[in-house]
Design a binder for this molecule. Structure first.
Ligand SMILES: [Zn+2]
Length: 280
């Protein structure tokens, strides 16, 4: 079984679950079960969260951003295996709740509205940080590219980012400076929908004058489509059956009239799935 890391649609699905549970509530208590996830929790993490009201729950790339009335933002990343469990009306700190706690529950937020939000992360590659006013200049966001579902991401922007780049197109799409939130799965999916080879040189999406080629228009639209479709699917994430090419090595290509077979190759140490017949 391959490891499937959360990408933009999975993080957005988490955000949509967390927002109604958290927005407007006050953080009553933060229980840290350990000192670190991928990195140590920031200094006085729990104390700086407790008593603060949650103004909004947003997303940027693969990060969740919880804005507090203190002006700080709680920044959270799911890493490889992070997830949140929301329970309502739970009596806090009862022996039953203690017993129900999983070995991989690392952070428990108790909110004023009776909601408990528990962060579980078996591999502990998740991140939690508390950031002040300079959110945009935080190292995670300073160089981050456009949000793919916003109007700021289009063929022009994509072509400008890829102009002169010799790297393979699939590898470029994983670069968060080119576009935010894409990972291994949806980069492969978008390239298949656009009919573009993952091995194609990135610079071919731009003209010599850094204008978008026709295929850049196709790819920008395909990125938006595969992400929107993935978000719209309300199924549990990480089921392989829903993908166009991802995790479908050896299966027939689903493009009407293609007749090709999905192949798996390795690019920059990551698996790429594509159809050599219809992706050029
Ligand atoms: Zn095909």
């Amino acid at each position: 079984m391959m490891r499937l890391m959360p990408e933009l649609p999975e993080v957005e699905a988490v955000r949509r679950r967390l927002e109604p549970a958290m927005r407007g509530a006050r953080i009553k208590h933060v229980l840290l079960m350990r000192k670190n996830l991928r990195r140590p929790f920031p200094r006085a993490f729990a104390a700086r969260l407790e008593g603060r009201r949650i103004n909004s729950v947003d997303r940027r790339g693969k990060y969740l951003l919880v804005a507090l009335d203190s002006g700080h933002t709680l920044l959270m990343h799911l890493g490889m295996s992070g997830s949140f469990r929301i329970s309502r009306g739970a009596k806090r700190q009862t022996s039953t709740a203690e017993a129900a706690r999983d070995l991989h529950d690392h952070v428990v937020f108790t909110l004023s509205n009776g909601v408990t939000v528990t962060f579980n992360d078996p591999r502990r590659f998740g991140v939690m940080d508390l950031v002040g006013e300079g959110l945009a200049s935080h190292q995670a966001f300073a160089a981050m590219g456009p949000e793919p579902l916003e109007a700021s991401f289009d063929a022009d922007r994509l072509a400008r980012a890829l102009t002169g780049k010799r790297v393979a197109l699939k590898v470029a799409l994983l670069d968060q400076r080119v576009v935010a939130g894409l990972g291994n799965i949806y980069a492969s999916e978008a390239l298949h929908l656009a009919g573009l080879s993952p091995r194609r040189r990135s610079s071919t999406l731009a003209t010599a004058a850094a204008r978008p080629a026709a295929i850049a228009v196709r790819l920008a639209a395909a990125v938006k489509t595969v992400l929107r479709q993935a978000i719209a699917r309300r199924e549990r994430p990480y089921r392989g059956g829903r993908f166009r090419v991802y995790d479908r090595e050896g299966e027939p290509c689903g493009t009407p009239g293609c007749g090709g077979t999905i192949r798996r190759i390795s690019q920059a140490g990551r698996s790429t799935f594509y159809c050599p017949a219809c992706q050029r």
